[in-house]
Design a protein around this ligand. Structure first.
Ligand code: PLP
Length: 457
């Protein structure tokens, strides 16, 4: 199909007639008309009217290596010519799946040596639930099936992912949620910390896990799951005291600790995985997005030795898997992506150079009349727009201010995402300092426009 020489209106019309978009109010989108993204290179996108847009979100937190990397395209093409598909069920495997397994065992923290492949973050999270529950079954404790998660967590949008996540609007719309899932408070100091210091609040938020374990009964709790930094919830960075206390509690009650690294993985926080940034030692780790930098869909669950050894020894056949688990082309792209990230020292650069620079420059916005806190690690950050900086008072309808700011960005050549009243950034990891300066200039300009609309400038 020739995409050239068609007009924006042509695509908008097709879209309006037939396309239901994810997480979108289709009626209002249809009134405005969708924006058609036609090409990309480095950190920039272009739309069908020729406008250049700086992608401050790396797609959906995933194009870590940036757009236009021919090496990834070549890897996919080579693999598709040789073996475009074969499944990994029963008795077969393929070369890229085996090599990627080994590579993932190498770059993930110690003790995570086995991998189960899937296609999306949501499927990886579903896989976590199945693995965790099967593990306790074969360990002779089938009643240990409750998984504890957090309010405002995002773990995907399948029924299992949405249930495990803590997004109220998703729970309200989807009817019956899965049983056996509990939610505790999130470690969001700026909003809920009151008079406590961040350190005190971090402990309090973690201890909510212990309280819930005791309420449910420790013999019924299978696992705790958390994103090292809550991404889609608005880039909520927990106080330093939080994760060590969570780890201590999981160990005390012999509960599996699952790190959902779908956003934090593959260099986002300045280490290969967010677990390293926060000193978390997970039993299982879900990952997706940056694994292939979004060039092809692929996800995985890394399974620690404790769980893997037990399942291999005692489970027999594990009745779980996807047609495209270990898809050869997706695996080949993921291998090439990881190879490039290593060879070009991309994660090291985020840790030592561009990450600290990005975070320092962003902190300048703490002086902005609209901005409360600015938080982040590496190349991911969130900032909250507030009614009153002194009292930390938030806007009543946070999503309205967020959407105002997001629309200003959209109209001024910048993609910055709104999560309620929090504006979040997660740009490609290949950004240079000069590009960070350009990003910051655009962010400030759009915050100023938003502040003017709200009578704060
Ligand atoms: N888990 C986390 C932490 C995520 O951020 C996401 C998506 O943003 C998911 C799971 C779901 O991933 P997907 O959209 O690929 O299903």
């Amino acid at each position: 199909m020739n995409h050239i020489n068609k007009s924006t209106e042509y695509w908008q019309e097709l879209d309006r007639a037939h396309h239901l978009h994810p997480f979108t109010d289709t009626k209002s989108l249809n009134e405005k008309g969708t924006r058609v993204i036609t090409k990309a290179d480095g950190i920039y996108l272009w739309d069908s009217d020729g406008n250049r847009v700086l992608d401050g979100m790396a797609g959906l937190w995933c194009v870590n290596i940036g757009y236009g990397r021919k090496e990834l395209v070549d890897a996919a093409q080579r693999q598709m010519m040789e073996l475009p598909y074969y499944n990994t069920f029963f008795q077969t495997t393929n070369a890229p799946a085996t090599e990627l397994s080994q590579l993932l065992a190498e770059i993930t923290p110690e003790g995570l040596n086995r991998v189960f492949f899937a296609n999306s973050g949501s499927e990886a999270v579903d896989t976590v639930i199945r693995l965790v529950r099967r593990y306790w079954q074969v360990e002779g404790q089938p009643d240990r099936n409750v998984i504890i998660s957090r309010n405002n967590a995002y773990h995907g949008s399948t029924v299992a992912g949405a249930s495990l996540g803590g997004m109220d609007p998703m729970h309200e719309q989807s009817g019956l949620m899965m049983p056996g899932i509990e939610h505790i408070m999130q470690p969001y100091w700026y909003k809920d910390g009151g008079d406590l210091s961040p350190e005190e609040f971090g402990l309090k938020a973690a201890q909510a896990l212990e309280e819930r374990i005791l309420e449910v009964g420790p013999e019924k709790v299978a696992a705790f799951i958390g994103e090292p930094i809550q991404g889609a919830g608005g880039v909520i960075v927990p106080p330093e005291t939080y994760w060590p206390e969570i780890q201590r509690i999981c160990e005390k009650y012999n509960i599996l600790l699952v790190a959902d690294e779908v956003i934090c993985g593959f260099g986002r926080t300045g280490n290969w995985f967010g677990s390293e940034t926060f000193g978390i030692k997970p039993d299982l780790m879900s990952m997706a997005k940056g694994m292939s930098s979004g060039y092809l869909p692929i996800s995985a669950v890394m399974v620690g030795d404790r769980v893997a050894d037990s399942l291999i020894e005692k489970s027999g056949e594990f009745y779980h898997g996807y047609t495209y688990s270990g898809h050869p082309a997706s695996c080949a792209v993921a291998i090439e992506n990881i190879r490039l990230m290593r060879d070009e020292g991309i994660v090291d650069r985020v840790r030592d150079e561009t990450g600290p620079y990005f975070q320092k420059r962003l902190r300048e916005l703490e002086d902005h009349p609209l901005i409360g806190e600015v938080v982040g690690y590496g190349l991911v950050a969130g900032m909250v727009m507030v009614k009153n900086k002194e009292t930390r008072e938030l806007f009543e309808n946070g999503s309205e201010v967020g959407n105002i700011c997001r629309d200003h960005c959209f109209n001024n050549g910048l993609i910055m995402r709104a999560c309620g009243d929090r504006m979040v950034l997660s740009p490609p990891l290949v950004m240079t300092k000069a590009e960070i300066d350009e990003l910051l200039e655009k962010v400030k300009y759009c915050l100023d426009l938003t502040a003017k609309d709200l009578g704060k400038l």
